[in-house]
Design a protein around this ligand. Structure first.
Ligand SMILES: [Zn+2]
Length: 213
């Protein structure tokens, strides 16, 4: 099977997204890139029924290479993001906090320094009908210099060098949106100033450790 390992990884992440309540039913979609090929979830298939073989392989121009089912209706979004960024994987979800916040603000408020982990304040892409080139263009613009964006009245997108990072980012973005909504429900949240976010962006550039060999 072409890109067998990558397709298995896409199917596994869909299971993780369901378990983490970041998608419901058939909502959301996931892809990963290998050279000029993209492994992407099919349209309208319950994630419980998704097997590696049912994850389609398409070229970067969208043409199918090995795809037993129709690809996600957001294929234009995935292809546009790959064309505009160096991303190796994309996770698009409809999680409750991020989706609720996407209907309230134009940017995820700096409630916590964790916002810096996405490269700085996370923008909300303007609304456009799902599956359209217009929505894809809005998302590409909102992702400029960032690894995540919200989509107004729709959901969230995270990108990464691989699926593991894109998935982790989708869970931390949802956490961030949830924290803001909880704070805003209880009062007027105090926000961090832009200079502090810039400082943390610089600090995070050297954060992290690997186990010794
Ligand atoms: Zn969607």
């Amino acid at each position: 099977m072409l890109l067998g390992e990558l397709r298995a990884e896409v199917a596994a992440v869909c299971g993780q997204l369901t378990a983490a309540d970041l998608v419901t039913g058939t909502s959301g979609n996931v892809s990963a890139r290998d050279g000029d090929l993209v492994a992407v979830t099919p349209s309208g298939l319950d994630y419980g029924a998704l097997t590696p073989r049912l994850v389609g392989v398409h070229r970067l121009d969208g043409s199918p290479v090995e795809a037993p089912l129709r690809p996600t209706s957001e294929l234009p979004l995935h292809l546009s993001v790959y064309a505009a960024t160096g991303a190796g994987a994309i996770v698009h979800t409809h999680p409750p906090a991020a989706t609720a916040l996407s209907a309230l603000v134009d940017e995820v408020p700096a409630i916590h320094y964790q916002v810096a982990a996405f490269g700085g304040p996370v923008a909300v892409a303007p609304y456009a009908t799902y599956g359209t080139d217009e929505l894809a263009a809005h998302v590409v613009a909102a992702l400029r210099g960032r690894t995540a964006c919200l989509m107004a009245n729709h959901g969230a997108v995270t990108i990464g060098p691989g699926l593991a990072t894109a998935f982790t980012r989708s869970t931390s973005l949802e956490w961030l949106c949830d924290v803001y909504l909880r704070a805003a429900a209880a009062g007027t949240p105090r926000l961090l100033p832009p200079a502090e976010i810039d400082r943390v962006v610089a600090k995070l550039a050297t954060y992290g450790q690997r186990p010794p060999p």
